[in-house]
Design a protein around this ligand. Structure first.
Ligand code: NAP
Length: 538
């Protein structure tokens, strides 16, 4: 694409055309702003555009992981499975873009590499990789929380002569594993979903696991037409109910401590999750204290350990697959379809990197401390520089040349996850300090977009030129969220929630811990009180 010669003048530049960016595009179009959405990819879909690995599917039921803003849309769209697979979710995003005429407002193949605040003119000057310049009063980032892949971090990576794939940047053409010796490095959600599928195709599959993960059976199934008719008849109520749940996700919640239950009651509650419910957050919600009390948490952890021992036949492999060293659900729990069973296959082997760490990648494979493993293909399912990473890639500089990268070097502070002090007129959808991907992100996306859109309209109506979070409000928000997080077991795991999966990243819980309903309430209160914690200037 050729670059434009003069800057493109806009009220609002939206960065990203995933689910947040699409809805933001829709809202700005409705409100008649002069705006443009830019997208690095050549199509919409965000996460669901890039993560095309085999087995990629949603781990929130599709009737909840979808837009609620348009009744006709939710009535007409048919999900074929309880948990839709990536191609279907991508088709849904494409459908939304077409149905609401959004594509004409999106400039594809446009990756923003710098965004610099011009204080004199009170405008953002953003530059794309191809040199195109956008001059806008506001920027709304819709770059997602899990869109900046982690680099391989393993010595010798360039030396490997075989095929290399990243789950987060999967090719558009299917990859054929037939007859091949395949390695998968990483056992988070992406590994857990892809491993069972790759195992069925490959000649041999070796899984390199650094930290064993907690995963529950998804109990995925084709959509039942009668159930779907019931849901559609009550869709509005279902969406409203989701907003009242801490996670923005409808999940049965227990009302008493795990300590108050008898062993039989605990087993019955856990069995129901494993055998009947199949929602990633269900087991942690069975009792009130599994996220806060280590002893209570251990009941759930030991239950899963026992299920693993029952499924996996080889005792050493079963033992290696048992998560240790962190509480149950302190890392994001995965949902799987036959993950543990896969390790009973003759062609699958597990390497426990805690016992036998990777030394380097060689021309022919992976050298661990004890063995050279030869491969035709290496798949990296090694995750993301989450939450802050996607924003830091934009090269953002605020007042007085202040770089966002410098501000966040020590701590990822924001006000409400929506703004950073020193960066006026920059709104960060699902940014650090928002419920973001700690919740059903679709619920949070809709709430964020609606709040930002109403704010932008309000500022326009009142002739406000700049809006900026105050350092004091930001400090208070950041401290309060840390306080809430410190009261949970989340802080005890080296997770991407904590920034602990990226060497050198500051260790803080990066998402809002107060829950979706409280967050919504605070957002409404802030506006009702004239944007508490923000400075507005005409
Ligand atoms: P992840 O959860 O961060 O998992 C990455 C895996 O790679 C971990 O097992 C990690 O081990 C391992 N790893 C990273 N660097 C490594 C290294 N240098 N050497 C060896 N192992 C290494 O990433 P993810 O699986 O892509 O999932 C990220 C998040 O995306 C999920 O938690 C979920 O929220 C979302 N997601 C959702 C879906 C879905 O909806 N279905 C699917 C995929 C992802 P350590 O744990 O030891 O760091």
């Amino acid at each position: 694409m050729s670059s434009e010669t003069s800057p493109i003048e806009l009220d609002v530049l939206v960065i990203g055309a995933g689910f947040a960016g699409l809805y933001q595009t829709y809202k700005l179009k409705q409100a008649g702003f002069k705006f443009l959405t830019v997208e690095a990819a050549d199509d919409v879909g965000g996460t669901w555009y890039w993560n095309r690995y085999p087995g990629a599917r949603c781990d929130i039921v599709s009737v909840e992981y979808s837009y609620s803003f348009d009744e006709d849309l939710q009535q007409e769209w048919e999900w074929s499975e309880r948990y839709a697979a990536q191609p279907e979710i991508l088709r849904y995003a494409q459908h939304v873009a077409d149905r609401f005429g959004l594509r004409e407002h999106i400039r594809f193949n446009t990756r923003i590499v710098s965004a610099i605040w011009d204080d004199e003119r009170a405008r953002w000057v953003s530059t794309a990789e191809d040199g195109t310049v956008f001059d806008s009063q506001f920027i709304v980032t819709a770059v997602g929380c899990l869109s900046a892949p982690k680099p391989p971090e393993i010595d010798g990576f360039e030396d490997f002569n075989g095929e290399v794939y990243f789950t987060s940047r999967w090719p558009h053409e299917p990859v054929d594993f037939t007859g091949k010796r395949v390695a998968v490095i990483g056992t988070g959600s992406s590994g857990v979903q892809s491993i069972p599928i790759i195992a069925k195709e490959a000649d041999q599959l070796t899984v390199f696991q650094r930290t064993a993960v907690y995963t529950l059976p998804a109990l995925n199934r084709p959509t039942d037409p009668e159930e779907m008719a019931r849901i559609k008849a009550n869709y509005k109520e279902l969406r409203e109910r989701a907003k009242t749940m801490r996670t923005g996700l409808i999940v049965p919640r227990g009302t008493k401590s795990a300590h108050e239950a008898t062993p039989e009651e605990r087993k019955a509650a856990f069995d129901a999750c494993w055998d009947e419910i199949g929602i990633f957050a269900c087991l942690a919600a069975t009792f009130t204290d599994l996220h806060t009390d280590e002893e209570a948490n251990r009941y759930a952890a030991e239950y899963v350990h026992e299920r693993i021992r029952q499924i996996v036949k080889d005792p050493q492999t079963a033992d290696d697959l048992i998560p240790r060293g962190y509480p149950f659900a302190a890392k994001r729990v995965c949902l799987d379809s036959g993950y543990y069973e896969t390790f009973n296959r003759e062609n699958v082997r597990l390497v426990n990197l805690r016992r036998d760490p990777i030394v380097c990648i060689t021309e022919n494979g992976i050298q661990t401390a004890s063995e050279l493993h030869e491969f035709d293909v290496i798949v990296f399912a090694t995750g993301f520089d989450a939450v802050t990473g996607p924003l830091l890639r934009l090269g953002i500089q605020g007042r007085d040349g202040l770089a966002l990268a410098d501000v966040w070097r020590e701590r990822p502070a924001t006000y409400m996850g929506l703004q950073v002090a020193g960066f006026p007129n920059l709104f960060t959808l699902t940014g650090p300090g928002s419920p973001g991907v700690l919740s059903n992100v679709m619920v949070s996306i809709e709430q964020h977009v609606e709040w930002v859109s109403e704010t932008l309209e309000d500022l326009r109506d009142r002739g406000i030129r700049t809006m900026e979070a105050t350092p004091e409000a930001q400090e208070k928000w950041f401290e309060e969220n840390n306080r809430l997080a410190e009261g949970t077991l989340y802080v005890k795991a080296d997770s991407w929630f904590m920034g602990a999966n990226v060497p050198g990243k500051p260790r803080f819980f990066m998402l809002y811990m107060g829950g979706v309903p409280l967050y919504r309430e605070i957002c409404e209160e802030v506006r009702a009180n004239g944007y508490t914690g923000f400075v507005l200037a005409a």
